[in-house]
Design a protein around this ligand. Structure first.
Ligand code: FMN
Length: 317
């Protein structure tokens, strides 16, 4: 699969997820075979203000490439300016968030609220494409409300404005993450545009990834919630799509080793205080469904250092 001049190793992509798809997690997903990984969304305005908490979100590494860096905002001048400002960083694709449902973002006219402003979609994509050489992509929802489903219109506008691909999450903003994703809207977008279409929403197994590709004709699949605490899903989906035997689920030893390595990566990038806190949710995801996982989670939440964590996991997981 190709997006602009960027060739992906395969068509299985890690979704951008705030608070999840940071550099350590992206590296683990890449290792498990993800064809491309996406950063958490980054506010263009916050970059302009040199916000202290925002700049670390822009960190990308050679090892994870190809990587897509996602910006959000609503002002075409600020977004395009910031895209140009960061372009020399080693990311491959600049993605524009047009799907975020949270009130702090959508209430501000950003993220999914852009689905209501085709004029702004056009201006944001057009200006950004004119300012950078790297491919620009957009990530959209099916629409804002059930009565205003307009992914096809928005995708066509993005394409005409120069976007190199479009990712479609088959839910409206109104739906947030509830109900079932509508894959038919992905099919409709695929039929309406020539640029690659990435399908997204409810892929949680090798079989569902294949079903999405078959039912919608989309070029790639983007996986979000199902890979939290489960980067191995990438190797499974990739093998299945290539017609190879699907690797076994990871052993407990592999899960344990990955949790610890994930923690070491967090500490390397964020320091012990923040890194250990970041790991609490990841460990809850890694261990969900195992016996005593609730008790283990409580114990982990009280742990402050890597050594304590290591001991606890060896004893209790
Ligand atoms: C915790 C969380 C954070 C997310 N953050 C982002 C984000 O920063 N940018 C974005 O475009 N989508 C974001 N999403 C949406 C996902 O990229 C994806 O569209 C959605 O989860 C549907 O895919 P899934 O069913 O595979 O999870 C987020 C989703 C979750 C659950």
């Amino acid at each position: 699969m190709k997006i602009g001049n960027v060739t992906l190793k395969n068509q299985v992509i890690l979704a951008p997820m705030a608070g999840v798809s940071d550099l350590p997690f992206r590296l683990l997903c890449k290792e498990q075979g993800a064809g491309m990984v996406c950063t958490e969304m980054v506010s263009a305005k916050a970059i302009a203000y040199h916000n202290r908490n925002t700049i670390p979100l822009l960190a990308v590494s050679e090892e994870e490439r190809p990587v897509s860096l996602q910006l959000f905002g609503s002002d075409p001048d600020i977004i395009s300016e910031m895209a140009a400002y960061i372009e020399e960083r080693p990311f491959d694709i600049l993605d524009l968030n047009m799907g975020c449902p949270v009130p702090k973002v959508a209430g501000n006219g950003e993220g999914s609220a852009l689905m209501k402003r085709p004029d702004l979609v056009d201006a944001i994509v057009r200006k950004t494409v004119s300012r950078i050489r790297k491919p620009v992509t957009v990530k959209i929802r099916s629409g804002f409300t059930a009565d205003t489903v307009n992914a096809v219109e928005i995708a066509k506008i993005a394409e005409a404005a120069g976007a190199s691909a479009v990712a479609v999450h088959g839910r409206t903003r109104e739906q947030y993450y509830t109900g079932k994703a509508d894959w038919d809207i992905i099919r409709q977008v695929k039929e309406a545009v020539k640029i690659p279409v990435i399908g997204n929403g409810d892929v949680d197994s090798p079989e569902s990834a294949k079903r999405m590709l078959d039912e919608t004709g989309c070029d790639g699949v983007m996986v979000g919630r199902a890979v939290r605490g489960n980067p191995w899903l990438f190797r499974e989906i990739v093998a299945y799509l290539e017609g190879k035997p699907v690797p076994k689920r990871p052993s407990k030893e592999e899960i344990l080793e990955t949790m610890l390595r994930h923690t070491r990566l967090q500490l390397e990038f964020k320091g012990e205080y923040t890194g250990m806190r970041e790991m609490r949710k990841h460990i809850a995801w890694y261990t969900a469904g195992f016996p005593n996982s609730a008790k283990l989670r409580d114990a982990i939440n009280a742990v402050e250092t890597y050594r304590e964590l290591e001991t606890l996991l060896h004893e209790r997981f």
